[in-house]
Design a protein around this ligand. Structure first.
Ligand code: CP
Length: 315
């Protein structure tokens, strides 16, 4: 595996899930694979789960890990091509990326959407520069438009907790005070469309995801109808794709509370975290026995380890 950016990079999902179970059972069985190998995790943005789960996964595989917080630990980096660097940016990505690549065997990159331009974000300008100039396999640790490590962990969690062969999985928009990227819902939708689940998206007008993401997904505008018979509720906020990066609604009637969950088939509740309590989900729901948010976060180690293992195997 040379890159991990979308669901297409993982190949057969059944095989990936079987490998995930094996990794979860015997996490230290591949310590020799990573010996004398180094992964560098580059963060342009904050993280708790991705940072720690990626480090833990690398350690389980016997790898050395280095973490670089861009603009905090390092020089401020220029990302635009062809500019006169007479501002506060001391180094260009064009040099920084191959230098980082020369110190490691695998690179992980977190680079969120900037919301300055939909084209810039959806072209994955930063991530693609790492792919082009690092000379190393690249793992997306959440890019402008995708969060594949999260979606893989979500799928592992659904597989572990499903009680029917083909569960109904609902991705529900929920309100948030800040404009958030579409990376998590985009990836979740991509992975659910590829998985053996009955997948439904529910969101207010103006919040449809990108056309290629919506294609093949069942859209139900009525949140109550969408929740009926659901086995898993995956709540998430995202800003508008159509009016790019805009907040069009903070309607708290979309907050997932006990009444919402009563419409479901005793559904499990999921969220990628961090979550705003009583905006996205009520205390009662997230603290209930049906909440999977902690095992879901724990599975981030498993998804990252499968991806790193495959990359090490193909070095
Ligand atoms: N879910 C997730 O990616 O969490 P962090 O932003 O804390 O890494």
């Amino acid at each position: 595996m040379k890159r991990f950016l979308t669901v297409d990079d993982i190949g057969d999902l059944k095989a990936a899930l079987a490998e995930a179970q094996q990794v979860k059972k015997t996490p230290f069985a591949w310590q020799d694979l990573g010996r004398n190998k180094t992964i560098i995790l580059v963060f342009f943005n904050s993280s708790l789960r991705t940072r720690l789960s990626s480090q833990k996964a690398a350690q389980n595989l016997g790898m050395n890990t280095m973490v670089l917080n861009i603009n905090e630990d390092s020089w401020k980096l220029e990302t635009e091509m062809g500019v006169v660097m007479d501002g506060d940016k001391s180094e260009h990505l064009r040099e920084a990326i191959p230098v980082i690549g020369s110190y490691c065997d695998i690179i992980g990159v977190r680079s969120f959407a900037r919301f300055e331009s939909r084209d810039f974000d959806y072209q994955e300008t930063i991530l693609n520069q790492f792919i082009q100039y690092s000379g190393r396999p690249v793992i997306s640790l959440e890019s402008a438009t995708r969060h594949p490590c999260q979606a893989f962990a979500d799928l592992i969690t659904i597989e572990e907790h499903k009680t029917v062969a083909r569960p109904k999985v609902v991705l529900s928009w929920a309100p948030h005070p800040k404009a958030l990227p579409q990376a998590v819902p985009n990836s979740f939708a991509e992975w659910m469309k590829a998985a053996d689940v009955d997948f439904v998206i529910t969101c207010p007008e103006g919040y449809d995801l990108a056309p290629d993401i919506m294609q093949g997904a069942h859209l139900e505008r009525d949140q109550r109808k969408a929740f009926e018979g659901a086995d898993f509720i995956y709540a998430k906020n995202w800003s508008s794709f159509e009016q790019y990066g805009k907040i069009l609604s903070k309607d708290r009637s979309w907050t997932v509370d006990a009444e919402h969950m009563s419409w479901t088939n005793n559904a499990k509740f999921m969220h990628c975290l961090p979550v705003r309590r009583n905006m996205i989900v009520s205390d009662e729901v997230i603290d209930s026995p049906n909440s999977l948010v902690i095992p879901e976060a724990a599975n981030r180690v498993v998804s990252a380890q499968v991806v790193m293992k495959r990359m090490l195997e193909s070095l």
